[in-house]
Design a protein around this ligand. Structure first.
Ligand code: FAD
Ligand code: SF4
Ligand code: SF4
Length: 392
């Protein structure tokens, strides 16, 4: 067995550890143990990668900015989780970083970022081999505009006075000038707020197709809140973790078996909740999916945002605008083909990332439609896959 300095056994694929940074600046800003930022920093410092793509807080807590970093010193600014950060990173890699074809890039990914990356890699638009993927578990994100409205109306707090938010033990907690307040996400969602609707239906909570999957579920005992739970998902991930420990950038200990059990239970409960939301949301379509699509898309202003931002809708939008099969140029609202064509060609690959719905200026529930079509399709090939989504 390979050994670290000090005789500690090296980790391998499948291992689970508690990890925490030895860098006091990262520790101050990090969400839990700062392992994610330390992995990214170590990979950049030791030239395992040429650059890091991470999310950084912009003007306020509602402003999550994708940032490309080449100086390891700048990484501390990206530590911490932004739960109002609803953006998707896969198309950023494909469109703005040449699909990582000429550079090695380390990046943080939620489940939907990861699914988008894998779909684009299948289409040869991203080189997965050049990516070092540090996954973060994800219970869901809150739309920034809706979050501000929720904080104003439900919390009774001026959203501009909130300087920190976190999700802990099922509550969305805010810190503001003069106090803090937490309300359960279930209660918020009953009132029409809380997580985005696609996040409620999401069933990719622990991103095991990344190289490492990091989160806070399962960290118990004296390490609770101070360490990151890391599941090693690939040899590349194991190599990075081992190197970071060897360089004393990161400290680790074996995950507590009770913590592992707890993490499994929470993940299971989240998956059940996702199924419940699928039944509820798809139930609202009441066998009239296509009629509902026709009615709702009647207010489309043909801005092309849903096409441009979909990770699996991959084509030349400019060419589409100029000449489009069965869609008349300049006609608003466009005829049904405008939407049917997109739904048809993403029907087997929609990853339920929610970008189409999030960015639609006309608030058309596009993600609900795409997701329902995808699940219908899954059921045609493998009944068990989609059955739970419709079962009462
Ligand atoms: P840090 O060192 O603080 O690094 C955090 C990293 O997350 C940084 O690289 C930053 O760029 C990135 N990041 C911040 N916001 C976003 C975003 N919106 N999208 C993509 N990347 C982002 N863990 C659980 O166990 N259960 C959960 O339910 C859960 N929900 C989460 C929901 C969201 C939206 C996010 C972003 C994270 C969630 N996590 C969850 C993971 C957890 O919050 C920590 O990110 C993880 O434990 C790593 O902690 P750390 O101290 O090592 O991370
Ligand atoms: Fe997280 Fe899933 Fe929502 Fe993506 S779709 S932000 S992985 S809950
Ligand atoms: Fe139409 Fe909304 Fe798509 Fe824009 S984002 S083209 S308004 S459906």
């Amino acid at each position: 067995m390979a050994l670290f300095g000090g005789g500690k056994p090296a980790v391998k694929k499948g291992d689970m550890v508690y990890a925490w940074t030895t860098d006091s600046e990262i520790a101050k800003k990090a969400e839990c143990g700062g392992a994610v930022t330390t992995f990214l920093k170590h990979a950049l410092e030791t030239k395992m990668v040429d650059a890091v793509l991470a999310i950084q807080r912009g003007q306020d807590i509602y402003d999550a900015v994708p940032t490309l970093i080449t100086d390891p010193k700048d990484l501390k600014n990206t530590a911490g989780s932004l739960h109002c950060g609803t953006l998707l990173l896969s198309k950023v890699v494909a469109k703005h970083l040449k699909g990582a074809k000429d550079k090695k890039i380390a990046m943080t990914v939620k489940g939907c970022d990861l699914m988008g990356i894998l779909e684009l890699a299948k289409r040869n638009a991203i080189n997965r081999d050049n990516l070092l993927l540090i996954g973060v578990n994800c219970g869901g994100t809150v739309s920034p505009v809706k979050a501000m409205k929720m904080i104003q109306e439900i919390y009774g707090v001026d959203p501009m006075k909130v300087h920190k938010e976190e999700i802990d033990k099922g509550q969305f907690i805010i810190e503001f000038e003069g106090g803090h307040k937490g309300i359960s996400i279930d209660e918020l969602e009953e009132k029409g707020f809380g997580r985005r609707t696609n996040c409620r239906r999401c069933e990719y909570k622990v991103p095991r197709q990344a190289d490492l999957a990091c989160g806070n579920w399962g960290v118990i005992g004296d390490k609770a809140g101070k360490a990151t739970f890391v599941e090693v998902c690939s040899d590349k991930g194991a190599d990075l973790l081992n190197r970071a420990v060897k360089a004393d950038a990161l400290a680790t200990e074996a995950a507590n078996p009770k913590g592992i059990e707890l993490r499994q239970k929470v993940e299971g409960a989240m998956l059940k909740l996702g199924e419940k939301w699928r039944r509820k949301d798809f139930g609202t379509l009441k066998g009239d999916l296509w009629g509902t699509i026709g009615r709702e898309t009647g207010r489309c202003i043909k801005c092309y945002s849903c096409i441009e931002n979909c990770p699996v809708c991959f084509g030349d939008t400019e060419a589409l605008k100029a000449k489009s099969f069965m869609v008349t140029a300049g006609e608003v609202p466009p005829n049904g083909m405008f939407h049917l064509r997109r739904f048809a060609h993403i029907s087997d690959t929609c990853v339920n990332c929610g970008q189409c719905e999030e960015l639609c200026p006309m608030d058309i529930p596009l993600a609900l439609f795409s997701h329902a079509i995808r699940v219908e399709g899954d059921m045609a090939f493998e009944p068990k896959l989609g059955k739970a989504a419709y079962k009462n």
